[in-house]
Design a protein around this ligand. Structure first.
Ligand code: PGA
Length: 225
């Protein structure tokens, strides 16, 4: 299983360092990933960047590019998170450009997709149609691709999608996606085992519940395998 933590805009450099130190002591067969903020990047093989501009460097105020990310020997990145799509206004074309850039740099890319509530209410066919639109321009055969399915209405709400909804969506996604499929959206201590046991769920991307290292470690240890 792949168990990933998305810090979002949480943790400082100091607290990230302490978090990673604790995590280093954990013995697990799972693949762990941690995505801290740009100011808290460290050279550690489980660490990835939450964002990166599709350029080595340049006049892009407020962004970080390949040069800044590689200073930490980081070769993993999160692309397409719904918060970047919806709050920061990233369009599919730009997201695909980022994907292409970091793919050419041979990064492991955790690529996020997820529908808003009004689409979910229209049923599974509409959901899949929406998700496919978030995959336009993405090379689905890239061997370092990981897809994270994160319904927007389940992110940070404390209410995850139901087991049935996750199962149905992942089964449909599996029809055209070979890459590992993570689920994200209010994954926590009391639902992680059940979610990880669903067919076609290859791991989880966790926000809120992963920010306390003790809780994250407990979650890692709950998952079988
Ligand atoms: P959440 O966030 O676990 O707080 O719902 C998940 C995510 O946005 O990756």
């Amino acid at each position: 299983m792949i168990i990933a933590s998305n810090f979002k805009m949480n943790h400082t450099r100091r607290s990230t360092k302490a978090f990673l130190k604790k995590l280093k002591e954990v013995k697990t067969n799972h693949t762990i990933r941690v995505f801290p903020p740009a100011t808290s990047l460290f050279e550690f093989d489980i660490v990835g960047a939450q964002n990166g501009y599709p350029a080595v460097n340049g006049s892009f105020t407020g962004e970080i590019g390949l040069e800044q990310i590689q200073e930490f020997n980081i070769d993993k990145i999160l692309i397409g998170h719904s918060e970047r799509r919806n709050i920061l206004g990233e369009k599919q074309e730009f997201i695909a450009k980022k994907f292409e850039f970091y793919k050419n740099e041979n990064f492991e890319i955790t690529y996020c997709i997820g529908e808003p509530l009004e689409i979910r209410q229209k049923g599974i066919d509409e959901v899949i149609k929406y998700l496919k639109n978030e995959l336009v321009g993405i090379d689905m055969n890239y061997d370092k691709l990981i897809i994270a399915y994160e319904p927007v209405w389940a992110i940070g709400t404390g209410v995850s999608a139901t087991i049935k909804e996750i199962e149905e969506t992942h089964n449909k996604l599996r029809e055209f996606i070979q890459a590992p499929l993570l689920y994200g959206g209010s994954v926590k201590l009391d639902n992680i085992s059940e979610i990880c046991e669903i067919e076609n769920v290859d791991g989880v991307l966790i926000g809120t519940a992963s920010w306390q290292v003790e809780n994250f470690v407990r979650m890692i240890n709950q998952v079988k395998g």
